[in-house]
Ligand binder design. Structure first.
Ligand code: CO
Length: 222
């Protein structure tokens, strides 16, 4: 049997499994989605968002890319973020990095990798920001692990720097932003950073909405 056919067969079994527990499962699921969480994770096949968090369909709104990056010129993530925050009104955004991340590892090399170098450039920027701390770590694996952590913390910052999040903090007093790390060797998630609504950022990143009414939900990136 060709490998991909296994996936289609597994789907049939999954449908039967769900229906045997609840005959209306899919009809109910199709009506609406009200996820409480936006998950921003790495595309790595070993970090499946729902599986590691024990969540079901309908619970997580998910965006994954190489090395769980929040890049301010990436229309894809900004669209996901705006929809999750302004329409779905998620209460929590989780950025989840993971030890052993290939994207982070490759960002530390001088290998020219083609187009992906442009993406990994953002991780090199994180490295430069923390180079003194990182270069004081002698063990290469420990240094990589620390860069994975710092990269995740920086993505939490990047989220808080968007006008989407700042407006939502002002008008809805949500979402809370979390930075987590997944350990491939143990399967465990670890909390690393948290930013509550209204957290003050460096002044240069704060938008001033002046007298704009706090009830204005806003309609997009400005
Ligand atoms: Co990764």
């Amino acid at each position: 049997m060709e490998s991909y056919k296994k996936l289609l067969l597994a789907n049939k079994a999954w449908v039967q499994d769900r229906l045997s527990a609840d005959a209306n499962y899919f009809e109910e699921m199709a009506k609406d989605q009200k996820p409480e969480f936006l998950w921003i994770g790495c595309s790595d096949s070993r970090v499946p968002a729902e599986e590691v968090t024990g969540t079901d369909p309908g619970e997580l709104f998910v965006h994954r890319n190489i090395a769980n990056m929040v890049v301010h010129t990436d229309l894809n993530i900004l669209s996901v973020l705006q929809y999750a925050v302004e329409v779905l009104k998620v209460k929590h955004i989780i950025v989840c990095g993971h030890y052993g991340c290939g994207g982070v590892k490759n960002a530390l090399t001088r290998k020219p990798l083609g187009l992906i170098n442009r993406w990994l450039q953002h991780i090199k920027d994180v490295y430069r920001l923390y180079s003194r701390e990182l270069e004081a770590i002698a063990d290469p694996r420990a240094r990589l692990d620390r860069l994975v952590e710092l990269n995740t913390i920086e993505q939490v910052q990047n989220l808080a720097q968007t006008s989407i999040v700042q407006r939502a903090w002002r008008t809805m007093n949500q979402p809370t932003i979390h930075g987590w790390i997944y350990d491939l060797h143990t399967g465990e998630l670890k909390e690393l950073a948290q930013m509550a609504p209204g957290t003050k950022l460096d002044d240069v990143y704060m938008f001033d909405y002046g007298d704009e009414p706090a009830s204005d939900p806003g309609t997009g990136e400005r």
